[in-house]
Design a protein around this ligand. Sequence first.
Ligand SMILES: Nc1ncnc2c1ncn2[C@@H]1O[C@H](COP(=O)(O)OP(=O)(O)OP(=O)(O)O)[C@@H](O)[C@H]1O
Ligand SMILES: [Mg+2]
Length: 244
Amino acid sequence: MTPILELANVSKRFGGIQAVKDASFSVGQGEILGLIGPNGAGKTTAFNMIAGFFKPDTGTIRLEGKDIAGKKPWEICEAGIGRTFQLSKPFGDLTVVENLMVGGFARNRDRRVNREKAEEMSAFLGMAAKRNIEANNLTAFDRRKLELGRALCTEPKLLLMDEVVAGATPSEAGEMVELVLKVRARGISILIVEHVMKVIMSLSDRVVVLDYGEMIASGPPKEVVSQPAVLKAYFGERYVQSRA
Ligand SMILES: Nc1ncnc2c1ncn2[C@@H]1O[C@H](COP(=O)(O)OP(=O)(O)OP(=O)(O)O)[C@@H](O)[C@H]1O
Ligand SMILES: [Mg+2]
């Protein structure tokens, strides 16, 4: 089966920093792939190339076999990739439903249809009771869920999620895990960047590890997190030696 997303030899440099170097990995249809690595490893840069915010210096990015590298964000959204941002920025003076409608307009101009879709999405997010609250008055976690809902309203085949439980309590993180599994159950493939290991371990079918822009490991999460190269990237050489 063709993977939904396929990166081959993708690189991006910012001045003297090689943010992503020769990355090649794919996301299968219906798969949840975790993209992990220490701060500054290049995860968000990889995301931004897939979502069309940066053009890769080299390499191809294929969505269902078609190269999308260098296309504009709205073209990539139209092609079927949705994303959440590491920093969520809803329209503060719009309500939950109105924010969700903004996502819907990417697919559909009909206000009535969009409103209905947004109402449904607010229920899917467990936010039906808050649907007429302005985003400014939501908790940080509700804003994250809203961000996810807005991306879902663009009807993606593939969803990119960047640190969706950052700053969340353990029970909120658990709720987000359930929500992401419900998204996948709708047939949406997912690429997720996350520092909270419990979340990555319980969600990902496979993980890809970046360190200084390079892929250092990939495979099932339980196998990957015990590899010496991965432990070294996260904890340093001394930690790995002390375990030997
Ligand atoms: N727009 C930019 N201009 C210049 N350098 C950048 C830019 N974006 C990222 N970088 C640099 O590229 C490298 C990779 O950054 P990136 O944000 O992709 O890492 P990350 O893995 O998402 O980190 P974090 O876990 O902290 O979010 C870092 O050294 C960063 O400083
Ligand atoms: Mg990042």
